[in-house]
Design a protein around this ligand. Structure first.
Ligand SMILES: C[S@@+](CC[C@H](N)C(=O)[O-])C[C@H]1O[C@@H](n2cnc3c(N)ncnc32)[C@H](O)[C@@H]1O
Length: 643
């Protein structure tokens, strides 16, 4: 049986009996198609069903194709119009042909449905569909775009007939009334009752209001860019909600908006999504403030390029698992199209027989997190726990790499890092690894403590997971989380702020920057440096080359060195299996509290020895320069996720 028949069978049952889609799919032992694929297809089709129903009915598809059931038509039209790979059936397959021969008509109905909803692109329609798929318990969060209007004006116009309530719970329990709540944490943010479709309002069409979850407003508000911060770089910008939020804050903070001399530089790697960013920025009237780098990979920007000399603040909101997004784990109502001739409101759902299902609680629990629909709208199918781990491992390496790159901008003084993920691997763990990195220590980056945060986020009660912060209470209290389903009406989210303290920048960084041959005690430095100020070292031992002899610093005799293997995966010392340093079970070099590596004795023993005074200086330089090289090498190799 095809993927579509299996998904139709599941949805037909759900349409009749309701319930939780995930448990219906994952407890089904008879599925032949990959279970995560069935789940993702069924879930997305449910979410899109109000739009698809309209398209199918207007194109008269069910009358023209009598063999198609309403559910099958939803699934097939979904994939035809919205899935990256189209319909997953052979070209000659009857089901595929029955929908593909109406492609032109269906595509123009999609365009009409999009225009009726004031969505300039399919991406923006997707954001609307996501927002509307939110279950009861979630309000419509609305950010008032202060580049165009102000809160008071919107209360007097768009929300003139809304009753003001003083408690978020009153808004999220729908009672049919139009209610509004002014958020106490984020300025210019309101929550409207979910029964109202704000996309039909003039304010939405003109960009005066922007539908944006409260948690998604945290990063720009936490960054709080001011006139002293110069340019602000939004590294992963599309579709652009945070970009336009940054522009609004920057503009509001500027003492003389008539002589505005700052920019929000918005960078987006994916060209299609970059088109959406462009439209969003124009719609929000932020195009005078924003400079868009459409199709630009943030990792390929040289932080020392003079064009970024004035970048004082960066917002980093990279691709993530999207596991915090609301409406991705429960079944929304399915809207079935009608046959225009019979006008049958409940046509035959699907021909296949219902299956007997046994719910195995344990297996269901294990499978809970296996279908990921990422925050860029793509579906990532993870079939097992190791696959999920692998996916999170890859995502977190990429997220860390972006964060370390952000640390390198010479004038940067503040950064926010955020994800809409619930997983500590993408959140607290990335923050911990970033703070321990060489570049953070060398440049004085530290976490933005809670007491130094903007009022609304200082007062926000949900903070980081202590255990995932290695029990560091300061860091756990500094980072900010939100959880879906906790009654606060927001999505699952994470944000951390970083600030740069020049005084804390390590001696090494200052020496590296000086690069004039003087050592830290003012005496002539003994090592040769290249034109970029980095210590030159021997390729096989990693030891620095001495000016006096032109040769590398000799190693103590008892230390056994082997040349790095040519195929050392990520390059750099940490990937060399048999290097001179003691490594942990993950292959990472073991260091003391100062970051100094332990050297192995010859023959290799489990007992490490710390370097003595002469070698200490040499090795400290060696390791740190090695790390810098490693980061750069990784960046070159990384091709990013195909979002
Ligand atoms: C979570 S989304 C950003 C959402 C956006 N900040 C907003 O609030 O509207 C992540 C975006 O980063 C983009 N991206 C991923 N890797 C990138 C890179 N190396 N350089 C620039 N953009 C990247 C993705 O294409 C995606 O559009």
């Amino acid at each position: 049986m095809s993927l579509y028949h299996e998904a139709a069978d599941i949805l037909s049952e759900a349409a009749g009996g309701g319930g939780n889609l995930k448990s219906k799919v994952f407890s089904n032992k008879t599925l032949k198609s990959p279970v995560a694929q069935v789940y993702a297809l069924a879930l997305e089709t449910c979410k899109w069903s109000p739009v698809l129903k309209e398209i199918i009915e207007k194109a008269d598809l069910l009358r023209l194709e009598r063999k198609l059931t309403p559910v099958l038509s939803l699934l097939l039209v979904h994939d035809l119009l919205l899935a990256k790979g189209g319909i997953s059936l052979p070209t000659s397959h009857g089901l595929r042909a029955s929908v593909e021969r109406h492609r032109a008509r269906l595509s123009s109905e999609l365009a009409r449905a999009r225009i009726r909803r004031h969505a300039p692109t399919v991406e923006l329609l997707r954001s609307q569909v996501d927002a509307q798929a939110q279950q009861a318990g979630y309000p419509r969060w609305v950010r008032i775009n202060t580049l165009v209007t102000c809160l008071e004006d919107q209360l007097d116009t768009t929300f003139a007939h809304f009753e003001r309530v003083l408690n978020i719970k009153a808004v999220i329990v729908p009672n049919g009334e139009k209610l509004i709540y002014i958020d106490p944490h984020i300025p210019n943010l309101v929550a409207a009752s979910p029964n109202v479709d704000l996309t039909k309002t003039e304010a939405y069409a003109s960009g005066a209001i922007i539908l944006q979850d409260k948690a998604s407003c945290f990063p720009a508000y936490l960054l709080d860019p001011g006139s002293e911060d110069g340019d602000v770089l939004d590294a992963c910008a599309a579709p652009g909600n945070k970009t336009t939020h940054l522009a609004a804050i920057l503009y509001q903070h500027h003492p003389d908006p008539m002589h505005f001399d700052q920019a929000v530089i918005a960078c987006e790697k994916d060209r299609t999504r970059a088109g959406t960013l462009d439209k969003m920025v124009k719609k929000a009237a932020a195009d005078q403030i924003c400079k868009l780098l459409l199709g630009q990979d943030f990792l390929k920007i040289d932080p020392n390029d003079p064009r970024y000399r004035n970048v004082g603040a960066l917002l980093l909101d990279p691709s993530c698992s999207g596991s915090g997004i609301v409406g991705r784990d429960c079944i929304p109502t399915i809207h079935l199209p009608r046959d225009s001739i019979e006008g049958n409101p409940q046509p035959k759902l699907d021909g296949s027989k219902k299956r007997k299902r046994e719910t195995n609680e344990e297996e269901e629990g294990q499978q809970e997190s296996r279908a990921l629909v990422d925050d860029d709208g793509g579906m990532i199918l993870v079939g097992s726990d190791p696959e999920l781990e692998e996916r999170l491992g890859a995502l977190s390496s990429f997220q860390l790499m972006l964060l370390l790159h952000a640390f390198k901008f010479p004038s940067a003084k503040k950064i926010t890092y955020s994800t809409c993920s619930i997983y500590a691997e993408e959140n607290e763990k990335v923050v911990g690894r970033a703070l321990q990195s060489h570049v953070a220590r060398a440049r004085g980056w530290k976490i933005l403590a809670r007491k130094d945060q903007v009022r609304g986020l200082r007062e926000w009660p949900i903070r980081g997971e202590l255990a995932s912060c290695d029990s560091n209470e300061g860091i756990a209290d500094a980072v900010i989380r939100s959880y879906k389903d906790d009654g606060r009406g927001v999505m699952g989210f994470f944000v951390a702020g970083f600030v740069r303290d020049d005084k804390a920048a390590s001696l090494v960084e200052r020496e590296d920057r000086r690069g004039d041959g003087a050592s830290r005690d003012g005496k002539e430095e003994p090592y040769v440096r290249d034109e970029s100020g980095m210590v030159v070292r021997d390729p096989s031992t990693g030891m620095p080359v001495l000016k006096r002899t032109g040769k590398p610093v000799p190693l103590p005799e008892e230390i056994h060195i082997r040349a790095p293997s040519a195929n050392a995966g990520g390059g750099g010392e940490d990937s060399d299996d048999d290097g001179p340093y003691v490594k942990d079970e993950n292959g990472m070099i073991v260091r003391d509290d100062e970051g100094m590596p332990f050297l192995r004795r010859k023959p290799s023993t489990s007992t490490g020895l710390l370097l003595g005074p002469l070698e200490t200086v040499a090795e400290e330089e060696g390791v740190e320069a090695g790390e810098e090289e490693e980061e750069e090498e990784e960046e070159e190799e990384w091709e990013g996720f195909d979002d």
